[in-house]
Design a protein around this ligand. Structure first.
Ligand SMILES: Nc1ncnc2c1ncn2[C@@H]1O[C@H](COP(=O)(O)OP(=O)(O)O)[C@@H](O)[C@H]1O
Ligand SMILES: [Mg+2]
Length: 227
């Protein structure tokens, strides 16, 4: 068996020719689709095939800079038309929330940790929404789409904005599922808290959801998607 950290050249050639001949969708399952491309399952990998007009995307370049953090899929190969990364065995947060599970508290800490990691590298985490964040079978989050993340050399300036941006992010990701009163309360709390103490109190990695809970959700989602 090939070591996990590499994709054999024959596999790359095969993927290239499948894409060139327009056959990839006939042979490999679609994992998901977004505005800039389609993602197919190829053995233990996910192959993201870019739409023709999205050639200026920087997915591979940004993803490469974030490889040291476990919440980003490993990148194996990149070409103009496609890239090969780790396949995440799990569901997007949007799918998990559809099943009725309250993921807000269990996973937000991990998301915050990721965003903090990005800012430390001078990368601004943009376009972070529920379809771009997945939850794997070990209840760890994976940020699968970094194509609109933005790299900057002004690390300090952006790091100073971290707390504020995280508050916005939390609001954008989860506000629609909470009541107006809770939203208002949370907003007041944010305003009165000291920015850095809040920022660091969020950064510990507590992966609170249990495997049993994941299995339950998994069953619910399968039911949802089989109808
Ligand atoms: N590494 C991956 N493993 C499993 N599924 C993935 C992976 N990357 C993306 N997907 C699925 O494909 C969908 C679209 O991928 P994404 O990178 O967000 O495309 P776009 O840049 O067009 O928005 C995601 O919402 C997710 O469901
Ligand atoms: Mg996306």
């Amino acid at each position: 068996m090939e070591p996990f950290h590499s994709v054999p050249q024959e596999a790359i050639d095969h993927i290239s020719s499948m894409i060139a001949s327009g056959q990839i969708q006939d042979h490999y399952p679609l994992l998901g689709e977004g505005l800039s491309g389609k993602v197919y399952e190829f053995e233990r990998f996910a192959v993201k095939v870019f739409k023709e007009d999205s050639s200026e995307r920087q997915d591979h370049w940004i993803l490469n800079q974030l490889q040291s953090h476990p919440s980003f899929p490993t990148l194996y190969h990149y070409e103009d038309q496609f890239m090969v990364m780790d396949k995440v065995n799990g569901f997007t947060m949007a799918q998990v929330m559809k099943s009725g599970e309250n993921v807000r508290d269990s996973y937000y800490t991990q998301i915050e940790d990721c965003v903090e990691h990005c800012y430390r590298q001078g990368i601004i985490a943009k376009d972070l929404h529920l379809n771009n964040i997945m939850i794997d079978q070990n209840n760890h989050i994976k940020i699968v789409d970094v194509g609109r993340f933005h790299s900057t050399d002004q690390k300090k300036v952006f790091h100073d904005r971290l707390t504020e941006d995280l508050e916005d992010l939390k609001y954008c990701l989860f506000s629609y599922s909470s009541s107006k009163r809770r939203k208002r309360r949370r907003h007041r709390r944010y305003k009165s808290s000291s920015s850095y103490s809040r920022s660091y109190s969020y950064s510990s990695r507590s992966y609170s959801s249990s495997r049993r809970k994941y299995r339950k959700t998994y069953k619910k989602i399968r039911k949802l998607f089989s109808t």
